[in-house]
Design a protein around this ligand. Structure first.
Ligand code: NAD
Length: 516
């Protein structure tokens, strides 16, 4: 049974995962309304794309103002809907969204404005530019773990560039989906510019088939592949932000206390339901035992709960609890041992899970190879830098990673060897909080990047423009060709040879002009 959002025909019934109480009911978007949504989005696009970027940013500023004024209310909605603690709702969902709005408001006009490009000498007399033209209707499909940030950041990036947006938020956190819809209404966005389609995978699938101009998807590898296949049929470009199995590497010269605190936060924030959680911890053998002791001490200090002081909230999605259980059971049967936490048979009812650290783990186990997305951390000792690089790269994922060492040369050298969309040195996860640098995965962790310049430009067609003043009567490469071939040979040989021969170049160029 689905404990969280119990689906009834046409309704999403919202159950708070932390308490098990039914807290709301939200109307599902009927699948047959999909064309209507697209029609409204296309109509709105014609006006929205025509207004200057600066005017569109005024709407984003109004959105930010409203969010700042209602921060506590939004945090409580996120916390109720996901089970995450309030501090995490504000720090990891609301703050990055507000920061992204700030960043976009500061840089969008420049990033999306006409850019002058250099023009090669062979195109003498012309000037080159790049323009950014909005694509049209952008479909954003988002997950439940950071339901505000992971929906709103792509939405506002697409909107700033002049696109209209249809959001299909996760059915697991529909209250946040409704909250996002209300935020854009409150900020006064024109009708049809932002629409939210509520519902599960049937609704997501109907909108994916609805011929958007771009699909921005965040979610599982499995769904990402389905969406990519569908998009390929219509040649719809996509960004796919998918799963992770991020390694954390602790060298013996690291600040061990800091690394242990970092590991605990990196592995257990949001109950481990983070695409960039530290999901595998590799510790250099000479400090392995000492590190485990510090790790256990730090974990024992943490409090589960729902109040404002709690450190660890509940799991959000019941299906995820099953995945954690399966990986834990398999590891224990294979000889792994629990440093903290309990075997699944001793777990309490409900959605709060103990924080489990596993030792005596094999690299081939599911808990090391597959995404866990829960509070379960395997720790593995290593002996050499080369060995740990190999182990870290040995999964199908490559989203983020962290390296802990006081030797920055070694840390940077190791970072360069990791097949990963991002690497953080002596900290964890935090690269996502810098909106100015690209975010995205390698291998099964996804396709494409957002945040920073890329985050705005992916939602636009890059249009190359070459200008000529139009004064000259003709061009050397235009007709007639008679007598030009030997002169072109001379022109290009003198130009492209190792050392340019400017005399021959000019002579043949003038001769070509005379042939016109
Ligand atoms: P999911 O793939 O089950 O669902 C994501 C969204 O896709 C939901 O809105 C869902 O309704 C929709 N969906 C499901 N099937 C669909 C279909 N056939 N067609 C269209 N839409 C469909 O993922 P989830 O369980 O919500 O999220 C957890 C996953 O997301 C984890 O794997 C996690 O690592 C990943 N994630 C990645 C990032 C990132 O930035 N790389 C961030 C957060 C989460």
């Amino acid at each position: 049974m689905k404990l969280h959002s119990v689906e009834m025909p046409g309704k999403l019934v919202v159950t708070a995962p932390a308490t098990g109480q039914i807290i709301s009911e939200i109307d599902e978007t009927p699948v047959h309304e999909t064309p209507l949504y697209y029609k409204r989005a296309r109509t709105a696009f014609f006006k929205w794309k025509s207004i200057p970027t600066s005017e569109r940013l005024v709407y984003l500023k109004k959105l930010k103002k409203y969010m700042v004024e209602h921060m506590d209310e939004i945090a409580k909605t996120i916390s109720k809907d996901t089970g995450k603690v309030l501090t995490e709702a504000i720090v990891a969902d609301i703050m990055p969204t507000l920061d992204a709005i700030d960043h976009i408001c500061k840089h969008a006009e420049k990033i999306l404005g006409r850019q002058k490009a250099s023009t090669p000498l062979l195109l003498i007399g012309k000037r080159s530019f790049v323009e950014y033209m909005p694509r049209g209707v952008v479909l954003v499909i988002s997950p439940w773990n950071y339901p505000l940030q992971l929906a709103m950041v792509p939405m506002i990036s697409a909107l700033a560039g002049g696109n209209t947006v249809i959001l299909k938020p996760s059915e697991v956190t529909p209250l946040v989906g409704k909250c996002i819809e209300d935020l854009f209404v409150k900020a006064g966005f024109p009708e049809g510019v932002v629409q939210v389609a509520h519902g599960g995978k049937e609704v997501g699938s109907a909108f994916t088939k609805g011929k958007s101009d771009y699909i921005f998807f965040t979610g599982s590898v499995r769904t990402g592949k389905i969406i990519q296949e569908q998009a390929a049929k219509e040649l719809i470009p996509t960004t796919l932000e998918l799963g992770g199995k991020d390694p954390m590497i602790v060298f013996k010269d690291a600040n061990l206390k800091r690394a242990a605190k970092g590991a605990v936060w990196g592995a257990f924030t949001n109950s481990g339901q983070v695409c960039m959680s530290a999901e595998r911890l590799y510790v250099e053998r000479p400090v392995y035992k000492q590190f485990l002791k510090i790790l256990k001490k730090e974990i024992d200090l943490l409090q589960h709960g729902t109040d404002a002081d709690a450190d660890i909230g509940s799991m959000t999605f019941p299906g995820q609890k099953e995945i954690v259980k399966e990986q834990l059971d398999e590891a224990l049967q294979g000889g792994a041992q629990l440093l903290t936490g309990k075997p699944s048979g001793e777990w309490e009812e409900g959605m709060f899970l103990p924080l489990s650290v596993l030792t005596n783990v094999k690299q081939s186990m599911k808990v090391v190879q597959e995404e866990t997305f829960g509070p379960l951390l395997p720790v593995i000792p290593f002996d050499t830098e080369a060995e740990v690089i190999e182990l870290a790269n040995d999964t199908v994922f490559g989203l983020n990673a962290s390296i802990w060492s006081k030797d920055m040369t070694k840390a940077r050298r190791t970072a360069s060897q990791l097949v990963s969309g991002a690497v953080v040195i002596n900290d964890v996860i935090v690269s996502v909080a810098n909106h100015g640098i690209p975010f995205g995965g390698t291998k099964d962790s996804g396709i494409g990047r957002y945040h920073g310049e890329a985050g705005l430009r992916i939602f636009c067609h890059e249009k190359a423009i070459v200008e000529d003043w139009g004064i000259k009567k003709t061009e050397i490469q235009w007709y007639p060709y008679k007598g030009k071939y030997p002169l072109f040979i001379k022109l290009f040989t003198s130009y492209f040879q190792e050392r340019r021969n400017w005399f021959t170049f000019l002579k043949s160029f003038l001769a070509l002009m005379r042939k016109n």
